[in-house]
Write a protein that binds this ligand. Structure first.
Ligand SMILES: Cc1cc2nc3c(=O)[nH]c(=O)nc-3n(C[C@H](O)[C@H](O)[C@H](O)COP(=O)(O)O)c2cc1C
Length: 354
């Protein structure tokens, strides 16, 4: 039973993780409609698209849902020479791999965060969650004054404290097992790879707000284990990637069940920021240039045409196949059915003596 989610009228202690670029309004609505909390990862969306997708969710369900953003500056400084070198390398790789596209300079490297935040407030989801940095207290209060609960992502106890001090309603701790980008903001990412078994009880002891557990949880047993460690709810991302409602490319969905745990690790070369996924051909090809990668979101924008073309060509080996360490345990089924199975497994685990 989740204190945080119950207070919103959400029946089950289960959150579908925001997955920018891979989630859809249909996925979020299906999860929320099934009695868990669906989350729309809107980090890559321009403000109007965020509003449109929130409206699509509302048209499909009247249940609470979350919207998630990456906390970033509005503008980014760019090393032009580094960008030119990277474009040459990516273009050469695409030519060599037979992908008929080339890099291009985007109009903006990423949507303006302050505009996204204003759109989120207008969309008024029940929950707003954030990763990559911490909001200031005034921003947290403003959201709460609009009736929106605030959840901050933390990868260490210090980051969890930072969110709690800013007034967040709950903290989502992201263990080293987790798929996708690391939320780390106070430390170098490689210094904040704390496993979930350590991070949950440490954080529960350190902050007074509910702690949500994320990373490697794929079934109801895992949800129960997180609860026994003190978590108020579980947030699952990879588990929902293979659902038909997820926008993950078919090749990516196909590769997940075969992923070997030791081939899943931290990757910088798709986006310029630490993210966990399958170490595939692209990652190996970029290895020699590891010290010269443009930072996030510059590299993320530069690799976008390659990732789109790879998805269209069914080339999983060139795609950013983000996933957590338990990826092989995905179950391709409708999201509402997956919620039902997870909740049933969780109920069974609760009734089984340890
Ligand atoms: C494909 C993918 C995309 C993700 N995108 C986001 C995102 O947009 N915002 C965010 O806060 N977390 C994001 N995450 C991280 C999740 O919130 C969560 O920490 C993670 O999925 C938990 O680990 P698991 O994938 O093993 O369940 C993403 C994870 C995945 C797998």
């Amino acid at each position: 039973m989740s204190v945080f989610l119950r207070s919103l009228g959400v029946a089950h202690p289960l959150i579908q993780a925001p997955m920018a670029g891979s989630n859809t309004p249909a996925l979020v609505a299906a999860v929320s409609g099934a009695g868990a909390l669906g989350s729309l990862g809107a980090g890559y969306l321009e403000p109007q698209a965020l509003l449109d997708q929130a409206a699509q969710i509302r048209a499909a369900t009247d249940r609470p849902f979350a919207i998630n953003l990456f906390v970033l500056p509005d503008d980014f400084s760019v090393d032009e020479a580094q960008v030119a070198t990277m474009r040459r390398r990516l273009d050469a790789l695409m030519a060599c791999e037979g992908l008929d596209v080339r890099t291009e300079l985007p109009a903006r490297w990423a949507p303006r965060f302050s505009d996204q935040l204003a759109a989120l407030r207008e969309a008024r989801p029940a929950v707003a969650s954030f990763a990559f940095d911490v909001l200031d207290q005034a921003q947290v209060r403003e959201l709460q004054a609009s009736g929106i609960r605030v959840v901050g992502t933390a990868t260490s106890v210090a980051e969890a404290r930072a969110w709690a001090e800013r007034g967040a309603d709950a903290v989502c701790v992201q263990g080293a097992e987790a798929g996708g980008h690391r939320g780390t903001f106070l430390h170098p990412a490689e210094e904040a790879m704390v496993g979930l078994f350590a991070l949950v009880p440490l954080t529960v002891a350190a902050v007074d707000v509910p702690v949500i557990a994320a990373g490697g949880i794929m079934d109801g047993r895992g949800m129960r284990a997180a609860e026994l460690l003190g978590a108020d709810a579980s947030q699952l991302g990879t588990a929902f990637l293979a659902c038909p409602e997820s926008a993950a490319a078919d090749a990516w969905k196909r590769d997940l069940p075969q992923a070997q745990d030791h081939r899943i690790g931290t990757i910088y070369s798709f986006s310029g920021r630490a993210a966990q996924g399958l170490r595939n051909r692209f990652v190996e090809a970029m290895q020699p240039f590891a010290a010269e990668l443009p930072p996030y979101p510059i590299l993320n924008a530069l690799t976008a045409p390659l990732r789109r073309a790879a998805a269209a060509a069914g080339r999983g080996d060139l795609l950013s196949e983000w996933c957590g360490q338990s990826a092989t345990r995905v179950r391709p089924m409708l999201a509402a059915e997956l919620v039902r199975v997870l909740v049933e497994e969780y109920a069974t685990a609760r009734c089984t003596p340890a």
